[in-house]
Design a binder for this molecule. Structure first.
Ligand code: G3P
Ligand code: CA
Length: 241
Protein backbone atom coordinates (compact mmCIF):
# COMPACT_ATOMS: atom_id res chain seq x y z
CA UNK A 1 0.00 0.00 0.00
CA UNK A 2 1.34 3.44 -0.88
CA UNK A 3 2.13 6.07 1.70
CA UNK A 4 0.00 9.20 1.77
CA UNK A 5 1.52 12.61 2.47
CA UNK A 6 -0.77 15.58 3.06
CA UNK A 7 0.58 18.14 0.59
CA UNK A 8 1.14 21.48 2.37
CA UNK A 9 -1.06 19.89 5.06
CA UNK A 10 -4.77 19.33 4.39
CA UNK A 11 -4.49 22.17 1.85
CA UNK A 12 -7.55 21.18 -0.19
CA UNK A 13 -9.71 22.37 2.67
CA UNK A 14 -7.56 24.65 4.86
CA UNK A 15 -5.00 27.39 4.17
CA UNK A 16 -1.85 25.70 2.87
CA UNK A 17 1.27 25.32 4.99
CA UNK A 18 -0.39 26.52 8.21
CA UNK A 19 -0.50 24.78 11.57
CA UNK A 20 -4.26 24.49 11.05
CA UNK A 21 -3.75 22.55 7.79
CA UNK A 22 -1.12 20.31 9.40
CA UNK A 23 -3.27 19.51 12.44
CA UNK A 24 -6.33 18.82 10.28
CA UNK A 25 -4.28 16.38 8.17
CA UNK A 26 -3.22 14.57 11.32
CA UNK A 27 -6.85 14.39 12.44
CA UNK A 28 -7.90 12.79 9.14
CA UNK A 29 -5.00 10.36 9.29
CA UNK A 30 -2.07 10.09 6.91
CA UNK A 31 1.45 8.69 6.83
CA UNK A 32 3.10 12.06 6.64
CA UNK A 33 3.02 15.75 5.84
CA UNK A 34 4.76 17.64 3.06
CA UNK A 35 5.78 21.27 3.55
CA UNK A 36 8.05 23.90 1.99
CA UNK A 37 10.67 26.02 3.70
CA UNK A 38 12.10 29.48 3.00
CA UNK A 39 14.31 31.87 4.96
CA UNK A 40 13.48 35.31 6.35
CA UNK A 41 15.88 38.25 6.43
CA UNK A 42 16.83 37.32 10.00
CA UNK A 43 17.36 33.66 9.05
CA UNK A 44 14.17 32.23 10.54
CA UNK A 45 13.07 29.08 8.70
CA UNK A 46 9.44 29.65 7.76
CA UNK A 47 6.96 27.30 6.13
CA UNK A 48 5.76 28.82 2.88
CA UNK A 49 5.56 27.56 -0.69
CA UNK A 50 6.19 30.75 -2.65
CA UNK A 51 9.19 33.07 -2.38
CA UNK A 52 6.73 35.91 -1.84
CA UNK A 53 3.79 36.17 0.54
CA UNK A 54 1.44 37.68 -2.09
CA UNK A 55 -0.57 34.61 -3.13
CA UNK A 56 -1.33 33.06 0.24
CA UNK A 57 -1.34 35.88 2.79
CA UNK A 58 -2.69 39.36 3.45
CA UNK A 59 0.76 40.85 2.76
CA UNK A 60 3.03 41.46 -0.22
CA UNK A 61 6.74 41.14 -0.93
CA UNK A 62 9.60 38.68 -0.69
CA UNK A 63 10.03 36.59 2.45
CA UNK A 64 13.78 37.25 2.34
CA UNK A 65 13.10 41.00 2.77
CA UNK A 66 11.13 40.55 6.01
CA UNK A 67 12.16 40.02 9.61
CA UNK A 68 10.16 37.15 11.07
CA UNK A 69 8.45 39.39 13.64
CA UNK A 70 7.08 41.44 10.72
CA UNK A 71 5.75 38.33 8.99
CA UNK A 72 3.86 37.41 12.16
CA UNK A 73 1.43 40.21 11.35
CA UNK A 74 0.19 38.79 8.04
CA UNK A 75 -2.67 36.34 7.82
CA UNK A 76 -2.50 33.20 5.68
CA UNK A 77 -6.05 33.56 4.56
CA UNK A 78 -5.59 32.87 0.85
CA UNK A 79 -8.85 31.78 -0.74
CA UNK A 80 -10.22 30.66 2.63
CA UNK A 81 -10.90 34.18 3.93
CA UNK A 82 -13.53 34.36 6.63
CA UNK A 83 -13.72 30.62 7.27
CA UNK A 84 -11.23 30.38 10.14
CA UNK A 85 -9.29 32.35 12.70
CA UNK A 86 -6.10 34.29 11.95
CA UNK A 87 -3.32 31.95 10.81
CA UNK A 88 0.26 33.09 11.27
CA UNK A 89 3.03 31.88 8.95
CA UNK A 90 4.51 28.98 10.93
CA UNK A 91 8.20 28.47 11.60
CA UNK A 92 9.84 25.08 11.12
CA UNK A 93 10.64 25.13 14.84
CA UNK A 94 6.97 25.56 15.73
CA UNK A 95 6.02 22.73 13.36
CA UNK A 96 8.67 20.29 14.64
CA UNK A 97 7.69 21.02 18.25
CA UNK A 98 4.17 19.86 17.35
CA UNK A 99 4.93 16.99 14.96
CA UNK A 100 7.60 15.22 16.98
CA UNK A 101 5.01 13.52 19.21
CA UNK A 102 2.58 12.60 16.44
CA UNK A 103 4.50 9.76 14.75
CA UNK A 104 4.04 11.44 11.38
CA UNK A 105 6.86 11.55 8.82
CA UNK A 106 7.64 14.98 7.34
CA UNK A 107 8.78 15.69 3.80
CA UNK A 108 10.64 18.98 4.04
CA UNK A 109 10.99 20.52 0.60
CA UNK A 110 13.91 22.94 0.44
CA UNK A 111 12.76 25.80 -1.76
CA UNK A 112 16.13 26.57 -3.26
CA UNK A 113 15.29 26.71 -6.95
CA UNK A 114 13.77 30.11 -7.74
CA UNK A 115 16.03 31.86 -5.21
CA UNK A 116 19.04 30.12 -3.72
CA UNK A 117 19.05 30.80 0.01
CA UNK A 118 22.61 30.55 1.29
CA UNK A 119 22.90 27.93 4.03
CA UNK A 120 19.21 26.95 4.03
CA UNK A 121 20.33 23.31 4.00
CA UNK A 122 22.63 23.74 7.02
CA UNK A 123 19.98 25.58 9.01
CA UNK A 124 17.29 22.99 8.33
CA UNK A 125 19.65 20.11 9.08
CA UNK A 126 20.73 21.70 12.38
CA UNK A 127 17.11 22.01 13.41
CA UNK A 128 16.20 18.45 12.42
CA UNK A 129 19.19 17.27 14.49
CA UNK A 130 18.20 19.48 17.43
CA UNK A 131 14.76 17.81 17.50
CA UNK A 132 16.20 14.33 16.94
CA UNK A 133 13.94 13.87 13.92
CA UNK A 134 16.47 12.30 11.54
CA UNK A 135 14.43 9.10 11.29
CA UNK A 136 11.09 10.89 10.70
CA UNK A 137 12.11 13.21 7.88
CA UNK A 138 12.61 13.12 4.12
CA UNK A 139 14.27 16.05 2.34
CA UNK A 140 13.35 16.95 -1.22
CA UNK A 141 14.27 19.61 -3.75
CA UNK A 142 14.12 20.47 -7.43
CA UNK A 143 17.71 21.68 -7.05
CA UNK A 144 20.37 19.00 -7.40
CA UNK A 145 22.96 21.22 -5.68
CA UNK A 146 20.73 21.44 -2.63
CA UNK A 147 20.08 17.68 -2.71
CA UNK A 148 23.75 16.80 -2.94
CA UNK A 149 24.56 19.17 -0.11
CA UNK A 150 21.96 17.56 2.19
CA UNK A 151 23.18 14.09 1.26
CA UNK A 152 26.72 15.08 2.18
CA UNK A 153 25.79 16.78 5.46
CA UNK A 154 23.18 14.31 6.70
CA UNK A 155 23.41 11.10 4.65
CA UNK A 156 21.09 9.10 6.88
CA UNK A 157 18.08 11.24 5.94
CA UNK A 158 16.45 10.02 2.69
CA UNK A 159 16.25 12.47 -0.20
CA UNK A 160 13.70 12.89 -2.96
CA UNK A 161 14.65 14.38 -6.31
CA UNK A 162 11.77 16.50 -7.59
CA UNK A 163 11.13 16.68 -11.31
CA UNK A 164 8.54 18.80 -13.08
CA UNK A 165 9.12 17.63 -16.66
CA UNK A 166 9.41 14.34 -18.43
CA UNK A 167 12.84 12.80 -18.12
CA UNK A 168 13.49 9.15 -18.86
CA UNK A 169 16.00 6.82 -17.25
CA UNK A 170 15.36 8.43 -13.87
CA UNK A 171 16.12 5.19 -12.03
CA UNK A 172 19.71 5.37 -13.22
CA UNK A 173 19.95 9.15 -12.76
CA UNK A 174 18.57 9.08 -9.22
CA UNK A 175 20.72 6.15 -8.17
CA UNK A 176 23.83 7.81 -9.66
CA UNK A 177 23.16 10.84 -7.46
CA UNK A 178 22.91 8.71 -4.31
CA UNK A 179 19.29 9.73 -3.77
CA UNK A 180 16.65 7.32 -2.44
CA UNK A 181 13.47 8.71 -4.05
CA UNK A 182 12.26 10.12 -7.32
CA UNK A 183 9.41 12.63 -6.86
CA UNK A 184 7.73 13.14 -10.24
CA UNK A 185 4.88 15.36 -11.33
CA UNK A 186 1.91 13.03 -11.89
CA UNK A 187 1.60 14.28 -15.49
CA UNK A 188 5.00 12.91 -16.47
CA UNK A 189 4.91 9.41 -15.04
CA UNK A 190 4.31 6.04 -16.64
CA UNK A 191 4.07 2.59 -15.11
CA UNK A 192 7.32 1.70 -16.90
CA UNK A 193 9.10 4.60 -15.18
CA UNK A 194 7.94 3.29 -11.80
CA UNK A 195 9.26 -0.16 -12.69
CA UNK A 196 12.54 1.32 -13.90
CA UNK A 197 13.03 3.23 -10.64
CA UNK A 198 12.22 0.15 -8.57
CA UNK A 199 14.69 -1.92 -10.60
CA UNK A 200 17.34 0.61 -9.50
CA UNK A 201 16.18 0.46 -5.87
CA UNK A 202 14.64 3.94 -6.08
CA UNK A 203 11.28 4.73 -4.45
CA UNK A 204 8.68 6.82 -6.30
CA UNK A 205 6.55 9.45 -4.54
CA UNK A 206 4.16 11.29 -6.87
CA UNK A 207 2.69 14.82 -6.65
CA UNK A 208 0.05 16.23 -6.60
CA UNK A 209 -2.57 13.51 -6.66
CA UNK A 210 -6.03 14.74 -5.79
CA UNK A 211 -8.42 12.56 -7.80
CA UNK A 212 -9.49 9.22 -6.39
CA UNK A 213 -9.19 7.48 -9.77
CA UNK A 214 -5.56 8.48 -10.06
CA UNK A 215 -4.90 7.45 -6.45
CA UNK A 216 -6.20 3.97 -7.30
CA UNK A 217 -4.19 3.78 -10.52
CA UNK A 218 -0.94 4.80 -8.84
CA UNK A 219 -1.56 2.31 -6.07
CA UNK A 220 -1.95 -0.36 -8.76
CA UNK A 221 1.31 0.82 -10.32
CA UNK A 222 2.89 0.14 -6.95
CA UNK A 223 4.20 3.67 -6.39
CA UNK A 224 5.65 4.15 -2.93
CA UNK A 225 3.78 7.29 -2.00
CA UNK A 226 1.64 10.22 -3.10
CA UNK A 227 1.32 13.84 -2.09
CA UNK A 228 -2.29 14.95 -1.97
CA UNK A 229 -4.16 18.08 -0.95
CA UNK A 230 -7.01 15.75 0.09
CA UNK A 231 -5.79 13.10 2.55
CA UNK A 232 -9.47 12.44 3.35
CA UNK A 233 -9.99 11.00 -0.15
CA UNK A 234 -7.11 8.55 0.23
CA UNK A 235 -8.48 7.61 3.62
CA UNK A 236 -11.93 6.96 2.12
CA UNK A 237 -10.28 4.63 -0.41
CA UNK A 238 -8.41 2.86 2.37
CA UNK A 239 -5.15 3.60 0.56
CA UNK A 240 -3.24 5.31 3.31
CA UNK A 241 -0.51 3.44 5.10
O1 G3P B 1 6.88 17.86 -3.04
C1 G3P B 1 5.94 17.74 -4.03
C2 G3P B 1 5.44 19.07 -4.52
O2 G3P B 1 5.14 19.83 -3.41
C3 G3P B 1 6.42 19.80 -5.38
O3 G3P B 1 5.86 20.91 -6.00
O4 G3P B 1 5.36 23.29 -6.28
O5 G3P B 1 3.91 21.91 -4.83
O6 G3P B 1 6.20 22.50 -4.09
P1 G3P B 1 5.31 22.21 -5.26
CA1 CA C 1 6.30 21.33 -2.08
Amino acid sequence: MMKVFAHRGFSGKYPENTMLAFKKAAEVGCYGIELDVQLTKDDEIVIMHDETIDRTTSGTGYIRDYMYRELCLVDCYGKFEGEYEFQRIPTLREYLTWVKDTGLVTNIELKNSVYYYEHLEEKVIDMVREFGMEDRVIFSSFNLVSINKCKKLLPEVPMGYLMEARMDNMGFFTEENGVEYYHPDKNFLTEEMVQDCHAHGIGVNVWTVNKKELMKQLNNWNVDGIFTNFPDRAKELGLEK
